[in-house]
Design a protein. Structure first.
Length: 401
């Protein structure tokens, strides 16, 4: 009897190890991709993976926000899984603050005023029936509210905005493992072609397209700071995760963020739970120390200094600490607008695009080139596009894999 029980326990342990190995194998490829998994494997239910913001490529009066959530989301039910749903316990938010240029050149910075605009979405509890439609409700700064059925390709259309929510092909692309390996070994050697470690994966997307005049005041400024976040639905909401710029936690805050089996709060989780619109926040000294250390390391990757320090700080450190996208609603759409506003200010020039971040933009090449050489030499991971390139019409992100 005892021997049989011990045998059963041994089998159970072996099965547990096999299952854990399988889970790790399924998620390994997304450990270092954008903000995928920066909260750890066991906090994935409130993990934002990406945030995009861009002018409608075909309608200059509308702006689009794409909030991606729950990396490696499931499309179908299986032995150990169900189709991934939006958490009914959380509120999904796109937040904007009016901005003005505070400084240019090596100390480029933005000054944000107190005026804030918020799009927020909440979702109902799905039933046990895998085919049951999950519904949600989204509210715009205009005050308009829209009900949306998850995975309805057409979304919901109102007078001042429209919204889609559902499973989509992950638009991010990156040779994540190779970049991590090169960072650890101080190498700039990337194979051509590269391997997209996000290939074939899905995410849950919320796509909001808003009429600019109906939702924002552009009297004082057309410049805005933007981020996405997940909050608890409490009287005093807690921020569980946020993302503005791509790759801040995993490529700038560095190694502490690359442990996807995080059981305790890391500096990266603390950073993502802060109000990144604020200039001074808790633990700024340690966070800035990490940011400066890693930016200096990226700059020295090719054995040449392209970013001279200013008061012992890297010129990009305060911009990375201010983890939000920047857009100018008065400027036109550009499919390579990420960091164009900031780069122009660093060069003491006028920006020409609306900035933000387009879905198909190769931000990884942009980041590698910017961090390593300040644009002097182009660097690439040789992954040139997502699994399914985005459309230039609503809902922009493509059907799931």
């Amino acid at each position: 009897m005892i021997k049989n029980l011990q045998t059963q326990q041994q089998k159970s342990k072996r099965l547990s190890k096999i299952l854990l190995t399988g889970i790790l194998a399924l998620n390994l490829t997304m450990v270092e991709a954008s903000d995928h998994m920066d909260k750890g494997l066991f906090n994935i239910v409130h993990d934002l993976s990406d945030f995009y913001a861009f002018k409608n490529p075909r309608d200059d009066e509308h702006v689009v926000f794409v909030l991606n959530y729950h990396p490696n989301a499931n499309k179908n039910a299986g032995w150990f899984s169900k189709p991934t749903r939006f958490s009914p316990e959380h509120k999904f938010v796109v937040a904007l603050r009016e901005a003005k240029i505070g400084a240019i050149g090596a100390k480029t910075a933005f000054v944000l005023n107190d005026t804030q605009y918020r799009f927020s979405c909440v979702f109902e509890i799905p039933t046990e029936d895998d085919d049951q439609i999950q519904t949600g409700n989204c509210v715009a700064p205009s005050g308009e509210s829209l009900s949306v059925n998850v995975n309805d390709q057409h979304g919901s259309q109102g007078k001042t905005f429209k919204v889609f929510a559902g499973l989509r092909s992950d638009p991010f692309f990156m040779a994540a493992m190779k970049i991590l390996k090169n960072f650890k070994s101080n190498s700039t050697d990337y194979p051509d072609p590269g391997s997209n470690d996000l290939a074939g994966q899905n995410v849950l997307s919320i796509v909001i397209e808003a009429n600019i005049k109906a939702n924002f005041s552009t009297v004082d400024t057309t410049l805005f700071a933007l981020r996405s976040e997940i909050l608890t639905q409490e009287a005093q909401p807690k921020r569980l995760d946020s993302i503005g710029r791509p790759e801040v936690t995993n490529m700038v805050l560095g190694v502490p963020c690359l442990n996807f089996l995080i059981f305790k709060k890391s500096i990266c989780e603390e950073f993502n739970q802060q109000d990144t619109f604020l200039k001074n926040r808790n633990n700024k000294k340690e966070i800035m120390s990490n940011i400066n250390l890693n930016l200096k390391r990226w700059d020295n990757m090719d054995k040449q200094v392209d970013w001279p320090l200013v008061d012992d700080n890297h010129p990009l450190s305060e911009l990375m600490y201010a983890d939000y996208l920047v857009m100018d609603f008065a400027k036109p759409f550009d499919d390579s607008g990420y960091f164009e506003i900031e780069n122009s200010l660093l060069a003491e020039e006028q920006h020409t695009t609306s900035g933000g971040r387009w879905l198909n933009e190769d931000v990884v090449d942009n980041i590698l080139t910017m961090y390593i050489s300040h644009g002097r030499k182009h660097y690439s991971d040789f992954v040139n596009g997502p699994t399914k390139p985005a459309n230039k019409s609503f809902p922009y992100v493509r059907s799931p894999n």
